[in-house]
Ligand binder design. Sequence first.
Ligand SMILES: Cc1cc2nc3c(=O)[nH]c(=O)nc-3n(C[C@H](O)[C@H](O)[C@H](O)COP(=O)(O)O)c2cc1C
Length: 488
Amino acid sequence: MSQTTTTQTAPPSSSSSPPSAIAILSQPITLPCGLTLPNRLVKCPMQETQAKGPYFNPPIDTFTNLYSLWARSSYGLLITGQVQIDRRFLSIAGDVCCHEGSLEPETLGLWKEWARIAQKDGTPCIVQLAHPGRMSPAGAGIRPKEMRALCPSEVPVQLGDTWLDKLALDKVLGTPKAMTVEDIDEVVGMFVRGAVVARDAGFAGAQLHGAHGFLLSQFLSLHTNRRTDDYGGTPEKRMKLLQRLIYEIRALCPPPYCLSVKLNSADYMDAGRGLEIEEGLEQVRWLRECGMIDFVEISGGNAEQKHSGLHNSFGAKTVASGQKMKESTRIREAFYTDFADRVMQMKSDVPVQLSGGFRTRTGMADAVHSLTCDLIGLGRSAVLEPEIPRAVLLNPEFDDEGALAKSHVVRGQWFSKMIPVKVIGGGLPIQFFYYNMRRLGKGLKSDPDISIPSMIAVSLWESVSSGLLQTLQRLVAAFSGGQRVKIE
Ligand SMILES: Cc1cc2nc3c(=O)[nH]c(=O)nc-3n(C[C@H](O)[C@H](O)[C@H](O)COP(=O)(O)O)c2cc1C
């Protein structure tokens, strides 16, 4: 635990009375770069799916609502949704992208506005930078049809066993191209550019997305990295791309710029496939010892994993009632606590954020107090109850038993199970959260009760009606001498 770097504001604890859960979560923490986070609650990176092609610049029209909401909700840190570094390779339509023109004054102006909105109430915000690698569906970015997605080695995604699954995967993701050293150099340049854009826009720093089966984690995992050159073949060489990025970004973005990495604890695939826990631990050890990283976020899983808890329902059992903090009782509601415990046994001052499964104030406070982690990541609850830190978790009007994220189940999951193609059906529950983030972007509240079929119907209607609107605008423009007329 990075106790040496923390500044305690909580009332001093006496041996007879442990600090309250609110006091524990309200402790500021100063990162190695000098950035002080006002408390321990972090809004996790979640891709917002609101940017529009062909440039996928930050969509200020909707981000004004979305990020103002998070900005005023008393998180200790905001991490943006993943920002892609190459317009050809998006992970989903609507990802924000940092591209060759992002440092031009007009586009940089949009980035500056995003940084301003997100940080206007004093909470720092960092930009998550990502490349989807082989997880880049055809049609999501501007890549030409004949261009394949990239991967350290030619390893296609496997999801589902039927011929229909295989056909759909082949059409949507295809077999990726094993990256050449020139491809790797180009990707490095693009990540570095992303970090510089975040710096020049006024964000507090950047996070490299090395988790969930995207490109950097494809390099880190034995399953997708079967190279025999400098970038693969041994655990050390599998880390080379990530290490290169850290060195090159730090050369241009020294402290007080905050640099973080999000890593998988493991891929949780069958034994012998994927990243194993011991190798994951060694990766975290290097990051915590290299002297260039300000905090490590720990998560887990990837799209090929059989059972992922990440995108479905909120564990109703864990949040059915809050639990009282007892000195002797560990409240283990988060997903990757065993791994985090082992990480925290390392001697290091680099703080650790644990993300996945946190729902109750007492569960979060227990994780910090018992040195399982320093920072608590909040993902789905930051979509369904975006103001949850200020409104509930840090609000003394709620006692510990009542201070928890509302339990809910994504309704209509029978619909996704009916779809015979896993790559489509399996992706529907996460669409529920994208849908709700888009509602927040429009200034509406999240709708936790909408079912998957209704959500699809609403989204279809929205795209049809916006298509109709554009057609109408074109017609009116044609009849009014070619001038475009705005129809609200
Ligand atoms: C809608 C949605 C989008 C996500 N997008 C990202 C992302 O862009 N980058 C990332 O590292 N993790 C992403 N995640 C994972 C979250 O950051 C987080 O690790 C996960 O949701 C577990 O936390 P939770 O149990 O509090 O939801 C996403 C999760 C959801 C639900």
